[in-house]
Ligand binder design. Structure first.
Ligand code: TYM
Length: 328
């Protein structure tokens, strides 16, 4: 069984992009693979957060992952900061990563909006912590959306360089992207990806949105000049995004989905309906789980124990390889 690991930040409400690009695939992976999923609260510290809100969102994100179908009896679900090996390995890996390769990360450039001078150091080193998340578990596969591809490349480079310098220590992982839905765009600004931090609430469909809200957001989705319904992400990004969403929600290719339409209205209505049906069970389960958040907290305690048992072994291996004296 291949080892799989992925993570999600507890920094906002989980949206349709997170769900189609990553979380839905994790639910399948947990049965076929030896799977680890973490709520990466340390990564959330890279931008300003209200402490109470961060704490609440960490629990809410976990509840939502369980509502989406992650079964803590089948996979290992944990909070990143509960396993101290993550920041510890990250420090070791920082000694292997270079300033130049981190500066090339497009997410850093996007998120350091006010310039490098005032950006948090943690925002800069963020992809190294992500590499630590992955390498600690000897993960072979990392199921993510398209926007994480560059971080995965960096993780591979760091692992290969470490192994080359200090001897075989880490498994070199592969990114695994869904065939359809790896990059869901904002419904109002189809040139930008749908995002948790978006200042575009009408363009972001949340997994917990009420059906009427989802319907409204799709009805108002920006489409393109012209009336043809063809899958052309460059020429018709708005329509292409709707086709991608409908394809991902119904298990078809976007170009195949386009064949049935010659107007935008019915495409929007059908996409809204497919998304509502896809998310309905998640929203319903979330309501039940939210009534007893303590139950999920106890699964997080178990998850952290299981994760730590593996992480500790890998960290010890990395410490020894790089020359840190053991305590015993
Ligand atoms: P995050 O929290 O931004 O997103 C979680 C997952 O959702 C995917 N995703 C999307 N997929 C398709 N379309 C979109 N518009 C869209 N927006 C987000 C992301 O690709 C991701 O798979 N750095 C990571 C979290 C992380 C991680 C890890 C991931 C930390 N450590 C280790 C994998 C392995 C992030 O910020 O994801």
């Amino acid at each position: 069984m291949a080892r799989v690991l992925s993570g999600i930040q507890p920094t906002g409400d989980i949206h349709l992009g997170n769900y189609l690009g990553a979380v839905r695939g994790w639910v399948d992976d947990q049965h076929a693979q030896d799977a680890y999923f973490c709520v990466v609260d340390l990564h959330a510290l890279t931008l300003p957060r209200d402490p109470a809100e961060l704490r609440a969102k960490t629990l809410e994100t976990t509840l939502l992952l369980v509502a989406a179908g992650l079964d803590p009896d089948v996979c290992t679900l944990f909070v990143q900061s509960h396993v101290h090996e993550h920041p510890e390995l990250s420090w070791i890996l920082e000694s292997v990563a270079s300033m130049g390769e981190l500066r090339r990360m497009t997410q850093f450039k996007e998120k350091a909006k006010e310039g490098e001078e005032s950006a948090r150091v943690a925002l800069f080193t963020y992809p190294v912590l992500q590499a630590a998340d992955i390498l600690l578990y000897d993960a072979e596969q990392v199921p993510v959306g398209e926007d994480q591809r560059q971080h995965l490349e960096l993780c591979r480079d760091i692992a290969l360089r470490f192994n080359h310098r200090y001897g075989e220590t880490f498994v070199v992982p592969d990114a695994v992207l869904p065939k359809v839905g790896a990059r869901i765009m904002d419904l109002q600004r189809p040139a930008a990806k749908m995002s948790k931090s978006a200042d575009s609430p009408q363009g972001t469909v949340l997994v917990l949105d009420e059906p009427a809200v989802i319907e409204r957001k799709f009805k108002r989705a920006v489409t393109d000049a012209g009336t043809d319904v063809t899958f052309d992400p460059v020429g018709q990004p708005g329509v292409a995004n709707l086709l991608q969403i409908l394809g991902a929600a119904t298990g078809r290719q976007p170009a195949e989905v386009a064949v049935g339409y010659d107007q935008y209205g019915p495409l929007k209505a059908d996409t809204a309906e497919a998304v509502i049906e896809l998310l309905r069970p998640v929203r319903e389960r979330y309501a039940d789980l939210a009534a007893d958040p303590e139950a999920v907290r106890s699964t997080l305690r178990q998850g952290a124990q299981k994760a730590e048992a593996i992480a500790a072994v890998t960290l010890a291996r990395a410490r020894a390889a790089i020359g840190l004296l053991s305590r015993s």
